[in-house]
Structures are given as C-alpha cells and as structure tokens.
Design a protein around this ligand. Structure first.
Ligand code: NAP
Length: 270
C-alpha cells in the first residue's frame, strides 16, 4: 500500500482540474486536512470535497501549504504570480496552466522559486489522465517526488528534460482526447447509418475503443501487429482498413498533430 502523502497542498483555483486532482488524491487515501483551496467563487468553495479547507484569499491558502498548485486559466496566471511573489518563499509551485512557460512563471514569482510545469489532459477527471512534466533547475529530487505524489492521483506521468517537449505533449496527449472523441463520433454516426440505435452505437463504439486502447497499452506486440492480427486478407476489417489507408489516415493525423504543435508554440509566445 502506498504511503499516504504528508505534504500540505494549496490549490489556487478550485475548478475542474483542481477538483480532479483533489478527488484523485482523496481516493488514494490522502487526508483532506492536508488539502487547501482558494477561489474567488463561493460556489467553487462550496463544491470542494468534504474536509478540504476553502478560502477566498489565495494568501491564506498558501500560508498553510508546502506545495502550491496554480490551477487558474492561463490568462490570469501572470497577475496571480505577481500577487504571490512577496509570500511564496521557497514553496514548490506546480502550474497546470496550458502554454504558460516557466520563464513567465519565474518572472512573476521570483527567480529562486522551484517551479514544475505540467500538461494534464481531461481524462484526469476520471483518474485516467496522462500528464507531461517539466522541472526548472531549482527543483530538488524530493520536490519532484512531491509532484509525482500529487499528480499520480489523476493518471500516468512522464517527465521531459526540455520544456519545449511540452508543446509536443500538448499536441499529442493534451489535445488528444478530442481526436479520439471525433473518431468515436464518426464511428457512432456510421453505425446509426447502418440502422443501429444511437444508444447501441454508443455502447458498441465506446467499448471497442476502450478494449482496443487496453490491448494497445498492455500488449508486448507493436500495435501494427495487433492490427494485422485482426485483418484477414479479403475480410471485413481489411475492407475498412484499405478504405482508411486510401483516405490517407496516417497523413491526416500527422498534419493534425503538427497543427496542434505549431499552435501550442504560438500560444506560448503570445
Ligand atoms: N480541465 C482540464 O482537464 C485541463 C487540462 C489541462 C490543463 N488545464 C489547465 O488547468 C487550468 C484550470 O483549468 P480548469 O478547467 O480547471 O478551469 P476552471 O474550471 O475555470 O477553474 C479555474 C478556477 O480558478 C478561479 N480563479 C480565477 N482567478 C483566480 C485567482 N486569481 N485565484 C484563484 N482562483 C482563481 C476561477 O474562478 P472564476 O471562474 O470565478 O474566474 C475558476 O473557478 C487552466 O490553466 C488549464 O489550461 C486544464
């Protein structure tokens, strides 16, 4: 059994992602008395998990904490960092804000503050997220471990040595759930065209997506072998795969992900 985490963690911004992380931590056995959250919205405070202490004042929340998670929208981060800089001290700061570079965070908070940037994705809401992480040079190994203790509550983690890799993470796993949702929508629509009800189409497609993802994740064979294993020459799967290949599915995805990568770099520099 994993040792319960001892750090006290303050979430600034108590919206979707903060609640997802707190919910995952509580499920893992972290005591709610070690979690604090601040948000200007009383509704968000009222919706905090039971036992988590809520504040309307960010500084009161961070006064309680060893680790501070910045979970506000990217457009409010700079102002937030400036307001924290006099009191942040040497607390570890973890930012989940998409596209906000560590240089921007460091400029607001102070050059010596240890900062970890991360890019989670929406399956974090069901503890099946994929999070890419980057640590600035001020971050100690013990602080990296703290970040892992916190963020492993929402899924799998991967560290990246270069901050620029987070643009690729954004393009692949950050935006990736939407690509799969689009494929699911398209397959469901095709199933309805064949006369199935929307409910049945939804069940067939989502369970197939889940099963295929589990096989792809857990198999020791490359995914191309798994695909070949279910594609008999002249069969039904071959008919569909030939059609998808003729329509250049790999090139379509390569272009889409390159577009997301380019946009991530642009947004970080806006
Ligand atoms: N949701 C995801 O799955 C996901 C995935 C990857 C990255 N992220 C990142 O996570 C961050 C938060 O996203 P979210 O979806 O959780 O947003 P959200 O649900 O809108 O939550 C943000 C909360 O922060 C509050 N807030 C605004 N200014 C604040 C301040 N100065 N101090 C404290 N709280 C403040 C907001 O209140 P008001 O609404 O009253 O302004 C809101 O309740 C974003 O930067 C996003 O890029 C989210």
């Amino acid at each position: 059994m994993e040792k319960p985490m001892q750090e006290k963690v303050a979430f600034l911004g108590a919206g979707n992602i903060a609640k997802a992380i707190m919910g995952g931590m509580l499920k893992k056995g972290v005591s709610p008395s070690s979690l604090f959250a601040a948000d200007p919205s009383q509704n968000q405070i009222a919706a905090l998990p039971s036992g988590v202490t809520g504040f309307s004042d960010n500084l009161k929340a961070i006064a309680q904490a060893d680790v501070v998670v910045l979970a506000v929208k990217p457009n409010t981060i700079a102002e937030l960092c400036a307001s924290l800089s006099p009191t942040i001290g040497n607390r570890l700061v973890i930012s989940v804000a998409a596209g906000i570079q560590s240089g921007t965070l460091q400029a607001g908070l102070g050059a010596s503050v240890p900062i970890i940037r991360c890019m989670p994705n929406t399956p974090a809401l069901v503890q099946a997220g994929m999070t890419g992480l980057f640590a600035t040079s001020n971050v100690t190994d013990a602080q990296k471990q703290s970040a892992e203790n916190i963020l492993s509550a929402i899924g799998l983690l991967e560290w990246f040595p270069r901050e620029s890799d987070l643009d690729a993470v954004t393009a692949v796993s950050g935006s990736g759930p939407a690509y799969f949702f689009l494929v699911i929508e398209a397959m469901e629509a095709a199933a309805v065209e064949l006369g199935l009800t929307p409910e049945v189409a939804h069940q067939l497609v989502t369970q197939t997506a889940l099963g295929a993802a589990m096989m792809a994740r857990d198999s020791t064979d490359p995914v191309s072998i798994l695909r070949n294993n279910v594609t008999s020459p002249g069969g039904t799967t071959a008919a569909a795969i030939n059609s998808l290949t003729e329509d250049q599915i790999p090139a379509i995805f390569a272009r889409a992900i390159a577009s997301a990568h380019k946009r991530s770099i642009e947004l970080a520099n806006e």
